[in-house]
Design a protein around this ligand. Structure first.
Ligand code: G6P
Length: 439
């Protein structure tokens, strides 16, 4: 890496989340001296890129730091000599997410961005684009780390590690850091003192143990979480309370996303209500985004506005910037990442992607051993892994059969005939972004 400073390229730079990333880089400048940040987007995203890009420039100007912000619609030009590439794209924009949520709900199934049929379709649209980006990286900046936040982050990372020549790929998500912050706040301790043994997959993650200064606190956390006012959740997931007996029996901390699997009926009921009001999460986010971009246009704004915290991705920049910083400084600290299993979870195949604690080195993450998952969670995790692998296969080959099979493996799709109806309707609705199924 060039000692004169780091070059980061962010693909999907026009995202409303970018100011959080810029704030994270400014905060860490002493240990992570970024020389250039290239924000890249597509022609369709030009207006957003300019609005966000100018806000980023004002934020840097306020900081007085010598970070250069470049805005570009030319991905190949931007990638040359990059040290890190971050990807945060949404193929088909929020309108595609609205379809991912509304079509399954119309058929009485959970409609969610990264779970169930919605998650599968987001993967089908996104994986080919990410593979293309990885191809450019391999050609133009082969030493760069590709750090992917694009959802569904687990499946995208799986596809990249399996099908791309570029192997310096890490998937990140803000769920582990959010769980750590929330648990620290429940225990009234500093997040730095909380060590959670995480194990599972992206958005299918369990806290298997919690240590505070060497003492296990999992029982205390379960007790605290059993009270209605202490629900761990995120802005995008309704904080439906966990049942005390269930948590006691599970003896693990479920992630906020597990509500879709253990509380399917209640979540579905809530989503159907939102569907009827035209207020699915994507529809709400579309309004929030419009408000955010209005704020971002203000020439006097030179900080990340607090309104961004209404989004589920809060703290994603901590995850991203901590990772980049630890690779750059060879810090060897522990972070929870999506990477190749390599035996860390012995009940999952070695060559698939898992979300686990890793030591972060200059040469990338080294996953820490978890052993087998507890039998109580192993089945669900393995089932989701089968769904993910079958979806990746469908995304790469454009196979209708594989897509149908993936849907039927997913526990949120409860009927094979409906799976076919949903599949056909979603293929048609997303046709423009699924050339692999139509050519
Ligand atoms: C969570 C997830 C992210 C996801 C976000 C959606 O934080 O971990 O992967 O992107 O929620 O939030 P939104 O505000 O777009 O619904």
């Amino acid at each position: 890496m060039d000692k004169k400073g780091i070059k980061i390229v962010t693909i999907g730079g026009g995202s409303s989340y970018t100011p959080e990333f810029v704030e994270g880089l400014i905060k860490r400048y002493d240990e992570l001296p970024v020389r250039e940040l290239w924000l890249v987007d597509i022609e369709n995203g030009k207006e957003k890129l300019e609005i966000v890009g100018h806000l980023a420039k004002r934020m840097v100007e306020r900081s007085g730091l010598p970070i250069q912000i470049h805005l570009s619609l030319d991905r190949k030009e931007a990638l040359k000599n990059a040290d890190f590439v971050t990807t945060q794209i949404r193929v088909g924009l929020l309108d595609a997410r609205i379809k991912d949520e509304r079509i399954p709900l119309k058929h009485g199934m959970i409609g969610q961005e990264t779970n169930g049929a919605g998650g599968m379709f987001k993967a089908l649209r996104t994986i080919p684009v990410l593979l293309d980006i990885a191809k450019d990286i391999q050609r133009l900046c082969p030493k760069a780390w590709l750090i992917n936040f694009t959802n569904p982050a687990g499946m995208v990372t799986e596809a990249l590690l399996k099908h791309s020549e570029h192997k310096k790929v890490i998937g990140v998500c803000n769920v582990p850091i959010n769980m750590t912050y929330s648990i620290a706040s429940l225990l009234q301790v500093d997040p730095e003192d909380v060590h959670i043994t995480f194990g599972g997959l992206n958005h299918m993650l369990y806290g298997l143990d919690i240590q505070v200064n060497g003492v296990s606190k999992i029982k205390d956390v379960i007790e605290l979480m059993s009270s209605a006012e202490n629900q761990l959740s995120m802005k995008n997931i309704a904080p439906l309370p966990w049942d005390k007996d269930f948590l006691n029996a599970l003896q693990a901390i479920p992630s906020p996303y597990h509500r879709y699997y253990y509380k399917t009926e209640a979540m579905l009921k809530k989503e159907i209500l939102e569907f009827n009001q035209g207020k699915t999460r994507a529809e709400v986010v579309k309004e929030t985004e419009a408000e955010l971009f209005e704020l971002y246009k203000d020439k006097h704004l030179d900080i990340k506005p607090p309104q961004l915290e209404k989004r589920g991705g809060a703290y994603y920049s901590d995850t991203a910037c901590n990772l980049i910083s630890s690779i750059y400084t060879d810090k060897r600290d522990i972070q929870t990442l999506n990477t190749k299993n390599n035996g860390a979870i012995s009940s999952l195949p070695d060559d698939t992607v898992v979300e686990v604690n890793c030591i972060v080195t200059r040469n990338g993450p080294i996953p820490l051993s978890v052993g087998p998952l507890p039998i109580s969670v192993q089945g669900l995790v393995q089932q989701i892994k089968s769904f993910e692998l079958t979806t990746v296969d469908a995304a790469v080959t454009g196979s209708y059969d594989k897509a149908l099979l993936a849907l039927c493996i997913n526990p949120l799709i409860t009927d094979d005939k409906k799976a076919k109806l949903i599949l056909d309707e979603m293929l048609e609705a997303h046709k423009d972004y699924l050339p692999q199924f139509f050519n």
